[in-house]
Design a protein around this ligand. Structure first.
Ligand SMILES: [Fe+2]
Ligand SMILES: [Fe+2]
Length: 260
């Protein structure tokens, strides 16, 4: 079973890339399931109902989130009722939404876990390692395939989690930095891994944001209002082939597409 996982979809231009490009890409890569990180999908921060709907209509089966989960207050109106949106599982107890979920495709149940890193990230997240242990033991009862989006800053924390989960989940994909890394591999016990998938949307800004805005912030320290960058766009993703009988990954392939 083939998966396409798409790195942080950023603002309108990221959504347009999904709408315009996925059909053609699927004729090449032929995935069965498509998951996208969409924590930046609405104007570059957070997500709202219409934006989520637009993304699902582009052929996405499930959405993962990250540190921008709560950036738009509309999220509280629909996150509890969605069976296709997963937010970080290691948020403190009592927050809305689901940190793990099961989707079904072609009669196969797929477990999805979203986790937030703690190194240079939000201090109130619980331990992603222990949260993964808990979620895997629950999902394992129903799913051979478990897919983890680890939304984290530090490369060391991402590699450590992937090694910790090797052989227990099908894939650990890193998100959040918006910069694709060239270290995709299938680990020793069959878990596909990449430190960061990258981002989908504006290619010419700074991590998706207009470069003048970010440069002013670095040069003056003054607060700034993020504007998505214009110009060229890109799609960053990985295709992962998973044996549905064992849950082990067969291969992982990195995709970086650039568009005028
Ligand atoms: Fe992001
Ligand atoms: Fe993030």
């Amino acid at each position: 079973m083939k998966f396409l996982f798409i790195g942080d979809v950023f603002a309108k231009s990221g959504r347009k890339v999904l709408a315009d490009r996925l059909d053609k890409l699927n004729s090449i890569y032929r995935w069965d399931v498509c998951i996208a990180n969409a924590e930046n999908a609405a104007g570059g921060k957070g997500i709202n109902y219409n934006v989520a709907d637009e993304i699902f209509n582009s052929g996405i089966d499930a959405i993962t989130l990250g540190n921008h989960t709560w950036s738009r207050k509309e999220i509280f109106n629909f996150i509890d009722s969605s069976n296709k949106i997963v937010r970080p599982s290691n948020y403190p107890k009592g927050v809305p939404g689901k940190g793990r979920l099961i989707i079904e495709k072609n009669g196969i149940k797929i477990g999805i876990i979203n986790l937030l890193g703690r190194v240079y990230m939000e201090p109130n997240a619980e331990c992603p390692f222990l949260t993964a242990d808990r979620d895997i033991s629950i999902l394992k009862q129903q799913c051979k395939i478990i897919f983890v989006d680890f939304h984290a800053e530090a490369t060391s924390e991402k590699i450590a989690l992937a090694q910790y989960l090797d052989g227990r989940v099908s894939a650990v994909v890193g998100t959040h930095t918006h910069v694709q890394t060239a270290d995709e591999k299938v680990l020793e016990k069959g878990t596909a891994f990449i430190t960061d998938v990258g981002m989908t949307g504006p290619e010419e800004g700074i991590l998706g944001v207009d470069k003048a805005v970010i440069l002013k912030k670095f040069l003056t320290g003054l607060p700034s209002y993020f504007e998505p960058a214009e110009g060229r766009t890109c799609l960053n993703a990985v295709v992962i082939d998973i044996d549905e009988n064992t849950g082990r990954a067969r291969s992982i392939q990195r995709i970086y597409e650039s568009y005028n």
